[in-house]
Ligand binder design. Structure first.
Ligand code: PBG
Length: 321
């Protein structure tokens, strides 16, 4: 035999030389759930080892993550029902704790990267990502509220806006609104191919943000489609997105691979809450190896960045090696 592929696998050092994919701390984004109040660090039942943090405790958490070498955080607000209404006004109101959180985090950790969430669902009594009228999710009317939310976050000092709402045209609309107010350096990480997935269940529990009626299928994508993701990618790119996201990750590796070849923008994979729970519950001993394999496979498919609830645990694991 001339060809013996096993020669390139014969020892750990040889294998290290021929590795095609690596996962490092610069590739990870850690989601944090922020709530109102003081001294709160409450574990999320459906997302073990993840917590709802009040601002003061979140500052400690961010500090410990930075010490481990993590650099980027995506922030989600847990909004009390008393602040919710039909049009999500709390999202851009002056006393919104989420905006205060952004201010405090940036003031204390100017070098860290903070990514926001732009969508109506945490703030809306309807639990949908856009405005709802007679059971319909309005598109163009929602854009204005989303842009208000994005501007308020930009004023608070956010580094990257993360529109997760899937309304048509929102990237361009938000880009224009930001630029008109001088926020030309605020980036947009677009949820480009966000599928109507059942794997968001634990997240909706964490935020109490599940739709009150209907589902999200008129705006989030059909899991059976891949070409449509390319169409969304073309649009987001032409509208000025700086990052393109695929969400969820594991069942959509083919979509990640397609976007990677179709675009020169960084591709972000969101390893979502249901995927986290699935992996977390599948292992009793070898969880870290399971996480290691999973993250490498997501990157191998073409992702440049991975948003994962395992980021902190994985950073600790890397340090222990
Ligand atoms: C809502 C939003 C969702 C997630 C991130 N932003 C849920 C949804 O669309 O219903 C899900 C994240 C996860 O499951 O980890 N705009």
């Amino acid at each position: 035999m001339r060809q013996r592929p096993r020669r390139n696998r014969k020892s750990p050092f040889v294998r290290a030389l021929v590795r095609e994919t690596s996962v490092g701390l610069n590739d990870l984004v850690y989601p944090l759930f922020i709530c109102e109040g003081k001294d709160i660090k409450q574990e999320i039942g459906a997302l073990k080892e993840n917590y709802r943090f009040s601002i003061d405790r979140a500052l400690e958490e961010i500090q410990s993550c930075l010490a481990l070498g993590l650099k980027a955080f995506i922030l989600f607000p847990v909004v009390d029902h008393k602040h919710k209404d039909k049009t999500g006004t709390y999202s851009y109101s002056e006393d919104c704790f989420y905006l205060k959180a952004i201010q405090r985090f940036k003031a204390k950790f100017p070098q860290a990267v903070f990514i926001s969430d732009v969508a109506l669902d945490p703030y809306s009594v309807d639990g949908h990502d856009g405005l709802v009228e007679k059971g319909e999710i309005l598109n163009d009317e929602s854009l204005e509220v989303l842009a208000k939310m994005a501007l308020a976050q930009a004023r608070a000092g956010i580094d990257v806006i993360g529109p997760s709402d899937m309304m048509d045209g929102r990237v361009g609309y938000i880009r224009e609104a930001l630029d008109a107010q001088g926020f030309t350096q605020v980036s947009i990480m677009s949820y480009t191919a966000k599928y109507a997935s059942v794997f968001y269940g634990p997240f909706r529990d964490a935020l109490d943000s599940a739709p009150k009626a209907g589902d999200k299928k008129t705006y989030q994508m059909d899991p059976t489609n891949a070409l449509e993701a390319l169409r969304e990618a073309e649009l987001d790119q032409s509208e000025g997105a700086d990052f393109l996201m695929v969400k969820p990750a594991l069942h959509y590796l083919d979509v990640i691979a397609k976007l990677k070849t179709a675009s020169h923008l960084p591709i972000v994979a969101y390893h979502v809450s249901g995927e986290y729970a699935m992996l977390y519950n599948a292992f009793s001993e070898d969880l870290d190896s399971g996480i290691d394999e999973t993250l490498h496979c997501i990157k191998r498919a073409g992702a440049d960045l991975v948003i994962t609830y395992f980021a902190k645990r994985y950073a600790k694991y890397l340090k222990s090696l």
